[in-house]
Design a protein around this ligand. Structure first.
Ligand SMILES: Nc1ncnc2c1ncn2[C@@H]1O[C@H](COP(=O)(O)OP(=O)(O)OP(=O)(O)O)[C@@H](O)[C@H]1O
Length: 432
């Protein structure tokens, strides 16, 4: 949950997404509505439903990106699903509930990560206190403790030997990290140790070594699976965001080639989730009432009015995203925090090759991307990825031999590496 105002949310999104003002405003309002809802008295709070959004726009113009960045801002669990997935043979109605289960899984990973960060700070503090007690004794005066704390922080005590008491993790499972949980703060050994009640052992180590042991020990006390799961479930119910892509592809009328699995059926299956239902998961029942749904589609053929009326009613906020222009591409290449030009320059930097883009070079890249989008297929900003990869192909390969070089990506460079290709539709269809 974030207490950013809509304006602040848009400003944050501006760092990563060019244009698409309406969509940014809409998601900002949806997020702020959640915060507002949180401020309400209990009885009223339960009555307020999320402001679900329907994003209408072509592929690759930022629909997913806006939603994903929003989720990140809000520390909200997020999943993206394609509505068409549920029209595939073998799917039956209940399978849409898997969306919620996936959301819970995402939330558990995210919550654990967040809690580990929180816990680390607290555990660090407690570990510090334990080290000081080990050196100065438990009944030392505050003044003495502070003196040791200063020395400790300055690293002056690193090699001092102390005796500490920690939970014994020595069992065959020790050292096996759970995938996705680096840092050794928790491993299977810890879990089993905990399950077995955790025997205490005394160890003689240096202060520097003791730190890691004590922090792990403290973190272990503060963070257990049950707490994580409980917080994750709460986070899904109150903060979860589901991005439902290709919703236009499950409109009945669009289905001219003869309906295989009923597309309207998928809408019917999705409806309860969006209206609010309870889904059972292995972590307990999950209420979907307050999960925010962002549905999205190009709506080239079908129209939003072709959606089931009930579904239309549950997606009250409509926003259109526009196709990106050459000028947008220039901005996407240069202005965003994660701009591709910055990424490539940094990557080449690791090989000690300095890369500089000239303004004309960037313009040429944007122009070619726009051209190929026109002549082959409009895949929006995604085109920039293939174009840049191609421009850098040779340099990427040879960079390790070129340490110390400076490469200027100007118009000539772009023309030399892309010009020919971009002018041949047949060729660019394959490589750009
Ligand atoms: N307006 C934009 N500003 C900056 N980057 C963008 C913008 N639009 C798209 N991109 C980049 O292009 C890529 C594809 O965008 P995104 O995933 O948001 O497409 P989309 O609109 O959701 O399309 P689809 O419906 O096909 O998934 C992302 O990596 C994103 O960073």
């Amino acid at each position: 949950m974030t207490d950013l105002t809509p304006r602040e949310i848009v400003t944050e999104l501006d760092r990563f997404i060019i244009g698409q003002k309406d969509a940014k405003r809409a998601v900002a309002v949806a997020l702020r509505s959640r915060w507002r809802r949180k401020q309400l008295p209990d009885a009223l709070r339960e009555e307020v439903y999320p402001k679900n959004i329907l994003m209408i726009g072509p592929t690759g113009v930022g629909k997913t990106e806006i939603s994903r960045r929003l989720a990140k801002l809000a520390h909200a669990p997020f999943v993206k699903v394609e509505a068409t997935k549920f029209t595939e043979v073998g799917y039956v109605g209940r399978d849409v509930e898997q969306i919620v289960r996936d959301l819970v899984d995402a939330a558990i990973v995210q919550t654990r990560e967040q809690m580990r960060e929180d816990v680390k700070a607290r555990a660090h503090e407690q570990a510090e206190n334990r080290v000081i007690s080990a050196i100065a004794g438990t009944d030392a005066r505050d003044q003495t403790r502070e003196m040791f704390r200063r020395k400790l922080k300055a690293g002056e005590l690193d090699t001092t030997m102390i005796e500490i008491e920690v939970t014994d993790h020595s069992n065959p499972m020790q050292g096996m990290d759970i995938p996705g949980q680096p840092g050794g703060m928790m491993n299977l050994g810890d879990l089993f140790g905990k399950a077995m009640g955790g025997r205490k052992v005394k160890k003689r180590v240096t202060v520097a070594e003791s730190y890691e042991l004590l922090i792990a020990d403290e973190a272990d006390k503060l963070l257990d699976d049950e707490t994580v799961t409980k917080a994750a479930v709460e986070s899904v119910e109150q903060n979860g965001i589901v991005f439902l892509d290709e919703i236009d592809k499950v409109c009945a009328r669009q289905d001219a080639r003869g309906g295989e699995v009923s597309r309207e059926g998928v809408q019917r299956d999705l409806l309860p989730l969006i209206e609010g239902t309870t889904v059972s998961t292995k972590h307990g029942p999950i209420k979907t009432d307050h999960i925010l749904f962002i549905a999205s589609g190009a709506f080239h053929v079908a129209k939003p009015s072709d959606l089931l009326p009930e579904l239309q009613g549950r997606l009250p906020i409509r926003v259109e995203l526009r196709a990106l222009t050459e000028e947008d591409f220039v901005r996407i290449l240069t202005e965003t925090d994660n701009a591709l030009t910055r990424q490539y320059a940094a990557l080449m930097g690791t090989e000690e090759v300095e890369v500089e883009f000239t303004e004309a070079g960037i313009k040429a890249l944007a122009r070619i991307a726009a051209e190929v989008n026109r002549s082959v297929e409009n895949i929006g900003a995604r085109r920039l990825y293939t174009v840049l990869e191609r421009v850098f192909e040779e340099l990427s390969f040879t960079a390790p031999d070129r340490a110390g070089d400076k490469v200027v990506i100007d118009e000539d460079f772009v023309e030399e590496h892309l010009g020919e290709l971009s002018r041949s539709t047949d060729l660019s269809r394959y490589v750009l």
